[in-house]
Design a binder for this molecule. Sequence first.
Ligand code: GLV
Ligand code: MN
Ligand code: MN
Length: 364
Amino acid sequence: MRIDAAGNFRGVYPAAQADAPRLLIGSHLDTVPNAGAYDGVLGVVLAVAMLEELRGRRLPFAIEVIGFSEEEGVRFGAPFIGSRALVGRLDQALLGVVDNQGVSVRKAIEEFGLNPKEISGAVLENDALGYLEFHIEQGPALEKLNLPLAAVEAIAGQSRLELIFLGHANHAGTTPMHLRRDAIAGAAEWIGIVEQMAQEIPGLVATVGKIEAKPGASNVIADEVRLTLDVRQSSDEIRTRAVDNLIRQARAIAARRGLSVRENTLLSQRAVAMDPFLVGEIDKAIVKTGCKPHRMVSGAGHDAMILAEKVPSAMIFLRTPGGISHDPSESVLQDDVEKAIVCGLHLLDQLASSPEFYKRTNCA
Ligand code: GLV
Ligand code: MN
Ligand code: MN
């Protein structure tokens, strides 16, 4: 087991032969505030459980299990930091992004006892055959269909921004309404537009999930509001057009209210198709497990969308009771987890005996 310089936990189950290529299986180990127990970590534990079930049996490829760091983007606002390191995208700009306390990604890595100068050592070598990720669905679709498992065929794109509305602090009791430059009132007007736009554009979801106001007293008009914006849609064009429109609206509101507004784009991640061959193999493995195959698009982001830039990638979703995630009541059914392990073992056997699997990579 090793921890690479981006804080990813990585362990290798050896192949039958020493110089064999490797299959990557993983998910993330970080989570959100007041989280559930399964988003991310289930995929890592499930990979380890699958390897235990192999009971030492060697395959023609090695299996590297990866527990990714910083997928959610909670601390720095920028998600997928660990997986971006594997595809060579943890660059100087991302290392320079700071958290609420002004601590940069670079500094956080150092404080964790790792060396940011060694980030290049985290990059995938060209012996990776593919990437698989098990994850809870985090939505209601599979429960509604009464299905335990599904293959993910695409992951919706997402934009993440920070917006800062700046006004002027003044006394809440003495400043007439028409003389105010109230950053909270401006931000609130804009948040209403964010929700309205998402309700009007089919398939668009937009969220302001975090807001901070300064100076932060009930009798002082706020002079600064920082908030986050998260926008997703399966069409990149609709998503980016919506983001541009929301920025224009924020500027118009700010101008009318005597405020200024700045925006900082932390992520504009395009929608990503999963590898058709692997998706087809997952369908077959689900059938061998005794379940009905189903394909779906993921509205949530996953490390698989980053890995897909470099290696054929695919995901297996597990039903999420109540469709609840990012909340302590998030859960999974034990029977579904058992089915996912059985499905994963079928998948490993299918890939081990598939000439197609080796032919399509640069490892043949
Ligand atoms: C990951 O949880 C995401 O925000 O999509
Ligand atoms: Mn999550
Ligand atoms: Mn997740």
